[in-house]
Design a protein around this ligand. Structure first.
Ligand SMILES: Nc1ncnc2c1ncn2[C@@H]1O[C@H](COP(=O)(O)OP(=O)(O)O)[C@@H](O)[C@H]1O
Ligand SMILES: [Mg+2]
Length: 244
């Protein structure tokens, strides 16, 4: 049996916890708390794709200008400006125009740089297009299906409000191939960062929540560590005899 064609994300640890890499052409929703690292990981995905794996990318944002996106990436040492200049990356700032135009804009952008990677950050963009939830659901499903035809591995982020986790109009449940959850949560007297795979069609994946850090190099996932791995208390070991 042959496995799926997989991509290399360029995010340390992510390929390991997704059973060897995300299946190519999948549509993945990255859900997480504010500040959990969604935007960082998306920028990393596009930068590493273009610089290490010869896969061009498109970044679609809401409100954030190209200048702001370039600046955000520069904090991690990722030079997006030169990628844009050399036609390996395209950024698009979405305005509130009609939805069908958005679909065409995405298709054109992907074609213009022959993109293999696509990011929409944040996916809540779509909420602004529709007054009625049902319209939003129908249209975002149709967008999701369109994205899957583009030949890109697409990531859409979803900001989870702390008090009300919300699905992206059902995209996670129905159209998305994968759902990645990122947490930045309080544990005892500190905050901990973690990441886990909730769903990934076409591959096995780690069932664990893995610790991750955000450094000046971006997101780093510890694929071989458990979140609350602790050295056993000294007292517990002290009384144990040494087995022969
Ligand atoms: N150069 C850096 N080194 C380490 N952490 C950084 C750096 N730049 C930003 N951060 C951290 O990244 C976090 C923001 O992550 P971001 O990807 O924007 O999250 P999200 O998109 O999920 O809201 C902030 O908490 C910030 O402290
Ligand atoms: Mg963000």
């Amino acid at each position: 049996m042959t496995g799926p064609v997989r991509i290399r994300s360029g995010v340390p640890g992510l390929d390991e916890i997704t059973g060897g890499g995300l299946p190519a052409n999948s549509l993945v929703v990255i859900s997480g708390d504010p500040g959990s690292g969604k935007t960082t990981m998306c920028l990393q995905y596009l930068f590493m794709g273009a610089t290490q794996f010869n896969e061009n990318g498109v970044f679609i944002s809401l409100e954030e200008t190209e200048e702001e996106i370039v600046r955000a990436a520069s904090y991690y040492g990722w030079d997006l400006a030169s990628l844009i200049k050399s036609g390996r990356l395209k950024t698009i700032t979405v305005e509130l125009y009609d939805f069908d135009k958005l679909k065409n804009t995405i298709e054109d952008a992907v074609a213009s740089v022959n993109a293999k990677r696509l990011v929409i950050d944040p996916g809540v963009i779509f909420r602004l297009y529709f007054e009625r939830e049902l319209d939003a659901r129908k249209r975002i499903m149709s967008l999701g299906r369109m994205l899957k035809r583009l030949g890109c591995t697409a990531w859409i982020t979803n900001e989870i409000a702390l008090d009300a986790p919300m699905s992206l109009f059902g995209l996670e449940e129905y159209v998305a191939d994968g759902v990645v959850l990122m947490y930045h949560t309080k544990y005892q007297d500190r905050f901990v960062r973690s990441i886990g795979i909730l769903k990934m069609r076409g591959t096995t994946f780690s069932e664990k929540l893995h610790p991750m850090i955000l450094t000046e190099h971006g997101v780093h996932i510890f694929a071989d560590k458990d979140l609350f791995e602790q050295a056993p208390p000294a007292a517990a070991n002290a009384g144990k005899g040494r087995g022969g």
